[in-house]
Write a protein that binds this ligand. Structure first.
Ligand SMILES: *[C@@H]1O[C@H](CO)[C@@H](O)[C@H](O)[C@H]1NC(C)=O
Ligand SMILES: *[C@@H]1O[C@H](CO)[C@@H](O)[C@H](O)[C@H]1NC(C)=O
Ligand SMILES: *[C@@H]1O[C@H](CO)[C@@H](O)[C@H](O)[C@H]1NC(C)=O
Ligand SMILES: *[C@@H]1O[C@H](CO)[C@@H](O)[C@H](O)[C@H]1NC(C)=O
Length: 289
């Protein structure tokens, strides 16, 4: 009888939210950003690392898409920015300053100015991320929602730096040189790491042709769509887990680099388990699943 009651009630019981002090939430937040920096981030790429994310973490990055569960988030959040000498759009984060911070109970929101060292284009430049975090009582992130500020402007700076590298100021010329560099990088990754059943392209030439001629380069906000930029982002993760990530750099995009969402579908997605508005002040919150 008792067991039956438990089974009936279990889905209705939500874990009690943690109730941290402001100071504790500040420490949890700086702990995250300290570990986001290279090379500290390399310690957390392993899917089994439990020091940052909860097992069932849910995450969203506005210019990409949503990412569920710890293994994937360890690979994305820490693996994406971990290879200083591998050609890539973002390079590695080397310093940060928190410029905005507010926190209550289990939730903290921070805006962080992060210095990126983009050695591919010989550029050291600040990028800005506003991120909401929710923590469980073990101090792990259970939800996050991150927004890249002024990303279009940052992309212009990166492309201008690429132009200096390639000795051209013509925007069309710069983009095609950058596309060529990223396509070559991705296709080399494919040849090296996507073997056997993980192969996506019949040959390196087919790979290059697909990436430079059959899909668009992509806008900065299209890093989770059917673009070269999306595959450039995922290229950084392939070596850590080819079984999962090879499809993302292939023609299908493996459910990540795909044009599967409408505008309404993105901005009205009921994704998060818990509301970002504490104490049920917004009971009709349309982002809650
Ligand atoms: C959280 O802790 C503070 C300070 O101890 C307390 O005033 C507040 O009522 C607690 N909130 C909840 C939801 O437990
Ligand atoms: C993660 O842990 C599982 C289970 O212990 C183990 O089989 C797997 O090899 C580990 N993965 C890595 C990348 O260490
Ligand atoms: C953060 O602030 C410190 C001290 O004001 C400064 O030395 C450092 O360069 C800043 N870092 C960034 C990324 O802005
Ligand atoms: C940026 O990275 C390059 C290549 O790894 C390195 O030589 C350079 O010193 C780095 N710059 C800064 C400011 O850390």
């Amino acid at each position: 009888m008792d067991f039956l009651l438990l089974v009936i009630w279990l889905p209705l019981i939500r874990a009690t939210p943690a109730n941290y002090t402001f100071n504790q939430l500040w420490s949890l937040t700086t702990h995250f950003w300290d570990n986001f920096l290279y090379p500290a981030n390399t310690a957390h790429i392993n899917p089994n690392d439990t020091t940052i994310f909860a097992d069932n973490v849910q995450g969203r990055v506005d210019v990409t898409r949503t990412f569920s569960n710890r293994d994937l988030n360890n690979e994305y959040i820490f693996g994406l920015f971990s290879q200083p000498s591998h050609p890539g759009i973002f390079g590695v984060p080397i310093a940060y300053n928190i410029t905005q911070f507010a926190a209550t109970q289990d939730t903290a929101v921070s805006t962080t100015v992060i210095t990126f060292n983009i050695s591919t284009f010989d550029l050291v430049i600040p990028g800005v991320i506003t991120a909401w975090f929710q923590f469980n009582s073990a101090g792990q992130v259970t939800q996050y929602d991150a927004v890249f500020r002024w990303l279009d402007l940052l992309f212009n700076q990166i492309l201008q730096a690429a132009g200096r590298q390639f000795h051209t100021s013509d925007p069309v010329g710069i983009q095609s040189r950058v596309a060529d560099l990223f396509a070559r990088t991705i296709c080399q990754t494919h040849e090296r790491h996507c073997l056997g059943a993980n192969r996506q392209y019949p040959s390196e030439d087919a790979c290059l042709e697909f990436l430079t001629q059959q899909i668009r380069f992509g806008q900065p906000y299209e890093m989770g769509r059917n673009t070269l930029l999306c595959r450039e982002v995922h290229d950084n993760m392939v070596r850590y887990n080819p079984d999962v990530h090879c499809a993302h750099i292939g023609p299908t995009g493996g459910d990540y680099c795909v044009d599967d969402q409408t505008y309404d579908g993105v901005v009205l997605e009921r994704y998060f388990r818990d509301s970002w508005v504490p104490e049920n002040y917004a009971p009709e919150n349309v982002w809650v699943a």
